[in-house]
Design a protein around this ligand. Structure first.
Ligand code: ATR
Length: 275
């Protein structure tokens, strides 16, 4: 079997091996997928050794997505926009870096949740790696407007600035705002502020929601609960990040194998394990 792994620190609780095992079984691909725990100061050496051992690729998770991007010899356009990689393919001529998080999120919203993005108003909360990683593909889905709201406005402004041409090409209004003037009644609300909000509460007014606003946390499990409870309490439609997780994995699998797995049964099985 061709070997792959999820490289990160920590990786013990990663669901990626279980997801890729299901994809491999379903598609009949000879794939073995493990966890690769990388010391914080030895990501490059650990992944180089893995590649040298004959492995074909890796998913990259916290905190190495930026380093993975920097180490690659080639990068997809969506990885360039994110300035981060969640997927490496070890090609004969060097490493290809991709970022499948954004397309995974878009597919979960539009296909799995069945909610349109085209023409809609989208609020993206946070301006860390998670939010920066999905903005390019969100723009490609051609909403009317995307507001990136962040506590530190300058961070949102920098990410918006580097996506300005991409937004213009796709006819999307793109703005950076503070938390106090995020705006109101968005159609879709994406929380990219990670688990850090668990103690402090959702830092924007509930006026950002209208009845039925789809509000997606990029986290799942207990880390997502405070946000999803807040959404439900204010009349929104909550959705956790499990669908995004499965969809980004499917896109990585496609990059490596050229075969697109059917994600629905895998998401259903994972849902039964996590909830
Ligand atoms: P990641 O790479 O997972 O996105 P990060 O880079 O630490 O993690 O970014 C976390 C995001 O959550 C940031 O947008 C951060 O806001 P700042 O850029 O102002 O730091 C946001 N965040 C974290 N804790 C927050 C809080 N208590 N209130 C508001 N925003 C918060």
């Amino acid at each position: 079997a061709d070997r792959y792994a999820v490289a990160g620190n920590p990786v013990a609780h990663s669901r990626s091996p279980a997801i890729h095992a299901r994809f491999a079984a379903q598609t009949g691909q000879a794939v073995a997928y493990d966890r690769l725990l990388c010391p914080l100061d030895a990501f490059a050496d650990t992944v180089r050794a893995f590649a040298a051992s004959g492995a074909k690729g890796a998913n990259i998770t916290v905190p190495f997505k930026f380093e993975a991007f920097a180490l690659a010899t080639r990068r997809t356009p969506r990885a360039e926009l994110a300035e981060a990689a969640n997927t490496l393919r070890f090609d004969a001529d060097g490493w290809l870096a991709d970022n499948t998080d954004g397309v995974g999120l878009v597919r979960d919203i539009t296909v799995n949740a069945g909610v349109a993005l085209a023409g809609q108003r989208v609020l993206l909360l946070g301006a860390g790696g998670a939010s920066a990683g999905v903005l390019g593909p969100l723009i490609e889905a051609r909403p009317a407007e995307i507001v990136m709201a962040n506590r530190t406005v300058a961070k949102a402004e920098a990410i918006v600035a580097r996506h300005a041409d991409w937004a213009a090409q796709h006819g999307v209004r793109l703005a950076a705002r503070g938390l106090d003037d995020a705006g109101a009644a968005f159609d879709v609300f994406i929380n990219g502020t990670a688990a850090s909000l668990a103690g402090s509460g959702v830092p924007v007014s509930a006026a950002v929601l209208r009845p039925g606003t789809l509000a997606v946390d990029m986290m799942y499990g207990p880390a997502a609960r405070p946000f999803l409870d807040w959404v439900r309490a204010h009349g929104g439609e909550p959705r956790d990040g499990l669908g995004m997780l499965v969809e980004q994995a499917a896109e990585s699998f496609f990059l490596w194998r050229g075969v697109r797995p059917d994600t629905a049964p895998v998401l259903a099985a994972l849902r039964a394990e996590v909830d």
